[in-house]
Design a protein around this ligand. Structure first.
Ligand SMILES: [Zn+2]
Length: 307
């Protein structure tokens, strides 16, 4: 750890975590864009195509909420032209690391550029404080705003290729509209009273708001809180009252807490099944964002629709 502190201390200090204007960056022959996670990287690649090099800070499939920047990550960040991250405290200690690195590499947060009235805030556990929920990409309509933001940033870096970036953005907007329509069609198969998603953390708040699902969870928008037996019992009370019969696992989290909830319900005479694994904070085995979203909706529909 000492080495990291030494490294960051010799770098220029001063924050450039920013606002929504595209950043002016070093004019390299080929730009290197570092995304915080694979979901953002997929978006950057969709817009930038072969005209940019990309890099990802986090290891694929890891829980982003528990991310800590390693010394290697700090070096990769400082070697990049631009770092794009989600923000809203999704990426663990990344924002802290960026604040220490300073303005060697410009950094932009996507969530900071969403219209404020589109954001969802969660009450923090055991506190009256409210915290923005970062999982907005589960609404493809909001992901269109992210696509526009990325295209603007890439275009400002490289005027020569900007036409291509905007053309790629147009294609992506079409794909996201098509995905939104697909989800709306699929959820018609689920009876309204069954439109309830239960997961370990509150990753589906934006999905639920967009498509009319209630969401319940053991911990909030982050994954760091201790889950107590009171949390399990309180959620069990709600699920029994609402006659919920399906729980979902999440690919980036161990299944023990959801299994514990399942066995607690069983002990109280209420049987629930596991409806499958959802990709809340990772693309998982899916090739891209669209495939990940289709996996999630297909899993949800399969689990909640009448057989
Ligand atoms: Zn999450």
């Amino acid at each position: 750890m000492k080495k990291i502190y030494l490294l960051v201390s010799i770098l220029i200090i001063g924050m450039v975590i920013t606002a929504c204007e595209p950043k002016t960056v070093k004019n390299k022959h080929k730009s290197v864009i570092m995304s915080s996670n694979e979901i953002i990287d997929d978006l950057v690649k969709s817009i930038g195509g072969n005209f940019i090099e990309t890099n990802i800070a986090m290891r694929k499939g890891n829980d982003p909420h528990s991310y800590t920047a390693t010394e290697k990550d700090i070096i990769r960040i400082t070697d990049s032209s631009l770092i794009i991250y989600n923000g809203g405290n999704l990426e663990g200690r990344l924002e802290w690391a960026l604040s220490k690195i300073g303005n060697i590499t410009p950094a932009v947060s996507i969530i900071d550029c969403l219209p404020k009235d589109k954001l969802i805030y969660d009450k923090e556990k055991d506190s009256d404080k409210r915290q923005v929920n970062p999982h907005f990409w589960h609404n493809p309509v909001l992901w269109k705003i992210a696509a526009n933001f990325i295209a603007d940033n890439l275009a400002s870096m490289n005027n020569v290729n900007q036409q291509i970036y905007f053309q790629n953005e147009e294609v992506l907007l079409y794909i996201l509209d098509r995905l939104n329509n697909y989800i709306k069609e699929q959820i018609k198969k689920i009876p309204i009273e069954k439109r309830i998603i239960v997961t370990e953390h509150n990753a589906f708040a934006y999905f639920g708001a967009a498509y009319g699902f209630e969401t319940y969870y053991l911990q909030g928008a982050a994954t760091s809180s201790e889950i107590t037996s009171a949390d399990i019992n309180n959620l069990a009370d709600i699920l029994i009252e609402k006659n919920v019969t399906t729980l979902f696992l999440e690919a980036t989290l161990p299944d023990k807490n959801i299994r514990l909830l399942q066995s607690t319900l069983k002990a109280r005479g209420h049987f629930v099944k596991i409806g499958g694994t959802l990709y809340s904070d990772t693309l998982g085995y899916n090739n891209n964002y669209e495939a990940m979203m289709r996996h999630n909706i297909d899993t949800i529909v399969d689990a909640l629709s009448p057989k």
